[in-house]
Design a protein around this ligand. Structure first.
Ligand SMILES: Nc1ncnc2c1ncn2[C@@H]1O[C@H](COP(=O)(O)OP(=O)(O)OP(=O)(O)O)[C@@H](O)[C@H]1O
Ligand SMILES: [Mg+2]
Length: 504
């Protein structure tokens, strides 16, 4: 028996330190419906869903299930009511295996935990999705895409009536997104209720029946998707038009800046995960690495940025060998890095905004004054960064973790790009950004390219790869299946290359 036929949020208001994150929100969803929740970074989407999931208590308003008010004071209570959630930032336990994480919160466990049986069921379940995850690996060894798959399997396996998905597809491949959508549509047909938060308007248009748009904590629009299009939605969200296809001007290629030669890197388990990869990166170039996450791109990026040792081969920056130098030394030589798991590796969540704004630069002369930081300079710098990268924050002396997901991303991107690094290594740089911020960031990357910078772009978003890159490498099981110019017609077979069935 389905517990939820209809769910309503009525007059929900949530304040943080007196500032409203949600203002008098009224929202309703019924069985067999998929509702999209849209809004700029910081609009209040995650806060609203965290209320439904029992992580926050509203200051006013109530939740009604089948017309009756209910109390949801913890995630356990929320689960009891039949609500499940895939979180924007992964909430997995690092040292536990993927399997253990999926089983956490599994209610039907009898006295002795049926590990083997559950494992079989989970394997079967993930096969149904075509989600490939090594269930025995601890979470800390998994790439962001793999962790996202684990989060989704976990939420679905625990079988909720109402499923909340907070940006579930940010690091999935197009193929995986397709599979997920098949499942979600099936759930909808079975009478489930689904709320999807996404910045990808195509996804909202494809999957949702209805969409609700938030702006600065309040609802500014509500529409059936059949009555609107992407442009209208973007305008509702950010109050202006957005360019969906940015022009990339032709620039002749220039000097080589980075040379990666026959690099071999092993995983945390000592198994080779990057085998003999070679490529050159030139000034005025954006070089893309496309592939399903978990095929070695994480380890390759870590090797280039000094976070992981290489077993053999060489990495040369401007004629200097840099392989196996410390991350700090590599950064100082001119390689900036936007890591894929930005919240985990890109910031110290408890530190203030102005501290995170100079996280890797605090030792530089411009921010130091004798024995301490030059606080006024640092704060001025932070204010500049926030303004140019449009980070919405109530102030710079607040813990960074209090910003919305997308705004944390913008702060890190600003920090890494603002200094005009000769080489920028960026993994999924626009993941989590709203359409306006994505447009801005892509323009920034093209600006770096024009000014002589080189960008190594790791992404699973093919649209992004094609829009920005001059050349594209496709990685599969630690090897390049081919390196092609972005306008090469052979790239129409990129899907086959990503799956490892075609080498060019
Ligand atoms: N724990 C908290 N303490 C203080 N302020 C918070 C907290 N959580 C969220 N906020 C603030 O509430 C507002 C809404 O944030 P929320 O995370 O809900 O946005 P969002 O719509 O999910 O954005 P994004 O697309 O970037 O994920 C933001 O201004 C944010 O700074
Ligand atoms: Mg959010």
């Amino acid at each position: 028996m389905r517990k939820i036929e209809q769910l309503e949020m009525a007059g929900i208001t949530k304040l943080f330190h007196g500032v409203p994150a949600n203002k008098d929100i009224n929202l309703s969803i019924r069985s067999g419906e998929i509702l999209g929740l849209l809004g700029e970074n910081g609009a209040g989407k995650t806060t609203l869903m965290n209320i439904l999931y029992g992580l926050y208590q509203p200051d006013a308003g109530q939740v009604l299930i089948n017309g009756k008010p209910v109390r949801i004071s913890s995630p356990q209570e929320s689960k009891m009511h039949g609500i499940g959630m895939v979180h924007q930032h992964f909430m997995l336990i690092e040292s536990h295996s993927a399997m253990e994480n999926i089983c956490l919160g599994y209610d039907a466990a009898p006295l002795v935990f049926p590990k083997a049986k559950l494992k079989r069921q989970i394997i079967e379940f993930s096969r149904k999705f075509n989600f490939d995850v090594d269930l025995d690996k601890p979470i800390w060894q998994l790439s962001a895409g793999e962790q996202q798959r684990v989060e989704i399997i976990k939420a679905l396996f625990n079988g909720a009536d109402l499923l909340i998905l907070d940006e579930p597809t940010s690091v999935l491949t197009p193929q995986e997104i397709k599979e997920l959508f098949v499942i979600l549509n099936k759930m909808k047909d079975e009478g489930h209720l689904i709320i999807l938060i996404s910045h990808k308007l195509d996804e909202i248009m494809e999957l949702c029946d209805r969409v609700t748009v938030l702006q600065k904590g309040a609802i500014v629009g509500d529409a059936e998707t059949k009555d609107v299009d992407k442009k209208i939605l973007a305008r509702m969200m950010i109050g202006r038009d957005v360019i969906f296809n940015i022009e990339r001007e032709e620039i002749p290629s220039s000097d080589r800046v980075l040379s990666v030669d026959k690099v071999v890197v092993t995983s945390d388990k000592g198994i080779p995960v990057v085998s003999n990869i070679s490529f050159d990166l030139y000034r005025n170039e954006i070089f893309g690495i496309a592939g399903v996450s978990g095929n070695g791109q994480k380890e390759l990026v870590e090797a280039i940025t000094g976070l992981r040792k290489i077993e053999s081969g060489s990495i040369v920056l401007d004629d200097q060998e840099i392989s196996n130098l410390s991350p700090r030394a590599i950064y100082d030589k001119g390689i900036s890095h936007v890591p894929e798991e930005r919240i985990k590796f890109g910031i110290a969540p408890g530190l203030f905004l102005y501290e995170n704004a100079i996280l890797k630069q605090h030792h530089l002369k411009k921010f130091a004054s004798r024995l301490s930081l030059a606080y006024n300079t640092v704060k001025d710098h932070t204010r500049g960064l926030i303004e140019s990268f449009q980070v919405h924050a109530p102030g710079i002396s607040i813990p960074t973790k209090n910003l919305s997901g997308g705004n944390i991303q913008k702060l890190i991107l600003g920090r890494e790009i603002d200094d005009n690094p000769p080489v920028l290594v960026a993994s999924h740089p626009t993941y989590g950004l709203d359409v306006g911020a994505t447009e801005y960031l892509r323009k920034q990357l093209l600006k770096r390219r024009k000014e002589g910078g080189a960008v190594l772009l790791v992404s699973e978003d093919l649209e992004e790869i094609f829009e920005l890159c001059d050349r594209v490498a496709v990685i599969f099981k630690g090897e390049f299946m081919g390196v092609l110019k972005a306008d090469d017609p052979k790239l129409c077979d990129i899907g086959l290359m990503m799956a490892g069935s075609l080498r060019i």
